[in-house]
Design a protein around this ligand. Structure first.
Ligand code: ASP
Length: 326
């Protein structure tokens, strides 16, 4: 049987880093170098290497991700069997979700490394091999992205980086991984969640979405700066099930006339409540004053969705409907 064709896009990150003369790691490896460090993946697929970016992931932009999605979609519609993206783990939960929204007609498998190649037990080669293995063998219909780290497969809409340095830094707190993968095969635990599709070609600009995280006794100074700023929307990482202080609630309510405001939680798991607490600043109050509940989508991923949807010209009604299904 012919080997599948898999394209590997390297964006930088620890998986592409080597120590400099002082021992600190910086991006340096090309896609070909990263592939060469994972012997045996040529047996799994015909590999095509793409040097897309070479950055620490904090420097990735929405423009980068839209360009990447366009290239991935073009390859998948041209008959490629799968795509693997290697990048830094710091923003991987956001970039993989962006591609999950924009990729159509196949799967983009995201992976990275928690230990660079100069450290003992570097996990990049094993993560890359598992990502290629999944891209080459996946039988489930996927239109979007998946994350493979530490032998686990995660849904981009659910996974978060939850540890600064552990091999097991990625977790889907609500339901656990979608499955596990190693040299012996894939074991699925549950089905892949469906996410909406936003065609990258339909995105005509990058909406500026502010991100405000509620903290105790902050007296709304930062939120006021956002209200006075030039933003197209706001995502609130609220306390608990969707709660803020009374003063914050009044300011948010005043801001809803100027921009869509999404109500998400800072907790990291669980659905935004909609009908439990009625006090001023609680979810019933905030939703009745125009905030859009993010349901199960966390605040950072809500910002990714709102940025792309507004950039693609989606109406507020469409955006509300999609949030009601997350
Ligand atoms: N700072 C790195 C980055 O995100 C961390 C990593 O790749 O794990 O680029």
């Amino acid at each position: 049987m012919a080997k599948p064709t898999i394209h590997i896009f390297a964006l930088g990150g620890t998986i592409a880093m080597v120590p400099d003369q002082h021992g600190g790691a910086r991006p340096a490896l090309s896609a070909t170098d990263i592939i060469a460090a994972a012997p045996g993946i040529d047996d799994l697929a015909n590999i095509h290497a793409h040097d897309f970016r070479s950055v620490a992931s904090a420097n990735l932009s929405f423009e980068d991700l839209i360009d990447l999605a366009k290239e991935v979609n073009a390859l998948l519609s041209d008959g490629a069997d799968g795509v693997v993206v290697t990048q830094g783990t710091d923003v991987l939960e956001e970039s993989a979700f962006a591609l999950d929204l924009m990729v159509d007609g196949g799967a983009a498998i995201f992976t990275g490394a928690m230990r660079h190649s100069g450290l003992e037990g570097s996990d990049g080669p094993a993560n890359l091999a598992n990502a290629v293995r999944l891209a080459a063998t996946i039988e489930r219909p996927v239109a979007g992205a998946l994350v493979v780290m530490n032998g686990e497969i995660h849904a981009p809409s659910q996974v978060r980086k939850v540890h600064t340095s552990s091999f097991g830094a990625f977790a889907s707190a609500e339901n656990g991984p979608l499955g596990r993968i190693d040299g012996t095969g894939v074991e699925w635990a549950r089905s892949i969640p469906q996410t909406p599709n936003i065609s990258p070609g339909s995105i005509s600009g990058i909406a500026r979405i502010a991100y405000y995280a509620a903290v105790m006794d902050d007296r709304s100074a930062i939120l006021q700066t956002i209200a006075d700023g030039d933003f197209d929307g706001l995502v609130v990482a609220a306390f608990g099930g969707g709660h803020v202080a009374e003063e914050t609630a009044d300011l948010l309510a005043a801001m809803t006339g100027n921009m869509p405001i999404v109500l998400a939680s800072r907790t990291g798991a669980g659905r935004i409540l909609e009908n439990v607490y009625a006090y001023k600043g609680a979810e019933i109050d905030l939703i009745s004053r125009g905030l859009i509940p993010a349901r199960n989508l966390d605040a950072r991923k809500s910002r990714v969705f709102l940025t792309l949807a507004l950039g693609a010209g989606w109406s507020l009604a469409e955006i509300r409907t999609v949030f009601s299904k997350f």
